[in-house]
Design a binder for this molecule. Structure first.
Ligand code: F6R
Ligand code: ZN
Length: 191
């Protein structure tokens, strides 16, 4: 039987207490999501293969609902900000919510039929991710971006399409702030 409990979430560090699991993504594990391969190799070697993001779970397979945190380091690869891999959920009926605790970022979303939307991530904003929209978070700030996510325990992750095709837009720094521009690689792949 499951019992209620209060889970402490540190909005600055993303620590979840108690936690049920965690993983780290180093930059080298994110090959292929950035445009500039040479810049990617440089960022991996010059930065000693930095941790790009970490995910901490509060998850129990007997419960329908899970939550946790994602902690994203600031950084760039060839002008693109550090980002997550991005995914659809395996179960298309499952949406999600991202509640930002600290830092600033952009949530980039894409529907199956090609609608693109962004939601700014900043403390106080809880982003609604509708079912069957791909979602990728991007740290556009100079500090850590920490957010709490809530979704169905068995929503699953489908990384394949975003990994092979990319997303229609990329997010780059222009004149000291973020700009959302067309992904040249995406256009080529689908032409
Ligand atoms: C779960 C979810 C987040 C992400 C995490 C890492 O459905 O959206 O927990 O999994 O922010 O991003 P990905 O999984 O795209 O590398
Ligand atoms: Zn998700």
């Amino acid at each position: 039987m499951l019992f209620p409990e209060g889970v402490a979430i540190d909005g600055k560090t993303g620590a979840v207490t108690p936690e049920t699991g965690r993983y780290v993504k180093r930059l080298s594990e994110l090959k292929g999501i950035y445009q500039d391969q040479a810049a990617f190799q440089r960022a991996v070697s010059d930065g000693n293969d930095p941790v790009a993001y970490e995910v901490i779970d509060y998850r129990n397979k007997e419960s329908d609902l899970s939550f946790g945190t994602t902690i994203m380091a600031p950084g760039q690869v060839g002008g693109e900000y550090f980002m997550t891999r991005g995914h659809y959920h395996e179960r298309p009926e499952c949406g999600e919510a991202y509640y930002t605790q600290s830092g600033e970022g952009l949530l980039l979303l894409e529907s199956r039929d090609g609608e693109v939307r962004t939601v700014e991530m900043k403390p106080g904003i809880c982003a609604f991710i509708p079912p069957d929209w791909a979602h990728r978070s991007i740290n556009t700030g100079k500090e850590k971006l920490v957010f709490v996510w809530f979704c169905a325990t068995d929503a699953g992750h489908d990384y394949g399409e975003i990994l092979t095709k990319g997303m229609r837009k990329i997010v780059v720094e222009r004149d000291g702030r973020y700009a959302v521009i067309d992904n040249p690689a995406y256009t080529k792949a689908s032409a």
